[in-house]
Ligand binder design. Sequence first.
Ligand code: HEM
Length: 173
Amino acid sequence: MELRKRGVVGVPVIAGAAAAVALGVYGRLHDPTGVAIDIAGFSSFQAVKSWLTTLAAVLALLQLASAVALYRGRPQLAPVHRWSGRAAVLVTLPVVAHCLYALGFQYGETRVLVHSLLGCFFYGAFVVKMLALTRAGAPSWLLPVAGGAVFTGLAGLWLTSALWFFTTFGVIR
Ligand code: HEM
């Protein structure tokens, strides 16, 4: 791959990797506060996070379906893809803020280690995707691969947290 093309791929990938590592390092070095926030109508902030993560996962499914439709030549679905993607990431922000600030990067059990790693990977992949969108001359595989990585990250986050919460404590608010 000629040098210029390597840069078109290299810059987003390096930036994404740097973002993921930075989140992990912060999550490891920062002393977790264990702070819990009460939200009216919910039994715990864990429940709030699990429902927000579920909303983000549903939006990610909409993202996936609209991406497939886009690649099948339905450009009119582009706004659905863009806005469901923005909403999905936006919904995760209060959740990850609590994970990083109150809980930190933990690895006491496999589920929690995988969850912490996926949390960093998810935002790293999101950075790659956003930068790939703006890169002229990017290879045609870069965007679907980055998009697939973002979706896989969020699906894995849901499986290692919200699903665990609902199967441990019940589907409660
Ligand atoms: C940098 C990334 C992240 C780190 C280091 C991290 C870390 C953690 C840790 C250590 C727990 C406690 C696990 C347990 O004891 O069961 C947790 C719980 C949870 N995380 Fe994350 N997480 C991250 C990102 C995310 C993201 C992006 C989401 C959602 C999209 C998320 C959703 C949740 C949920 C729903 C729980 C269960 C509720 C709770 O125990 O507070 N996490 N996270």
